[in-house]
Design a protein around this ligand. Sequence first.
Ligand code: ZN
Length: 124
Amino acid sequence: MRVCSAFNRLLALPGASVIDVAFASVGVIVTVRLRRRRRVCGACGQTGDHLQIHDRRVKRWRHLDLGAARCHIECELRLLRCPDCGVHAEAVPWARPGAHHTRDFEDLVAWLPSRWPRTRSAVC
Ligand SMILES: [Zn+2]
C-alpha cells in the first residue's frame, strides 16, 4: 500500500484525496486536493460557473495529531469571485469557512471539556 493510500484511509477526509505526505519540523504535512470540480463560494455556498476564478492559494489547517506528531492538512484552493460576497476561498468539506483547524479538530476540542470533572471533589 502506498503512503498516499494509507493516509487516505487513515484520515478519511470527506471530499479530499491525499496527493503527498511530508514529514517536516512542524509535524506531518498531508497535501490533499479537492475531488469535486464544482465551484462553491466559501462565504455563502453558491455554486456554479458564474463564480469566476480570481486566483489560487495554498491553505493549511491543523488536524488531529498522529501519535506524537502534529498533523497539518494542506490544499491549493481557488479564490472565487462571488457576485454577492466578493472574493473568497472556495469551501472545503473538512473545515468551516475561514477556520484554521479541521472540523474533526474543532469537534474534539469542543467535546473534551464536557468529559472533564466539574467540581474539585470529583478529581481523584
Ligand atoms: Zn458568495
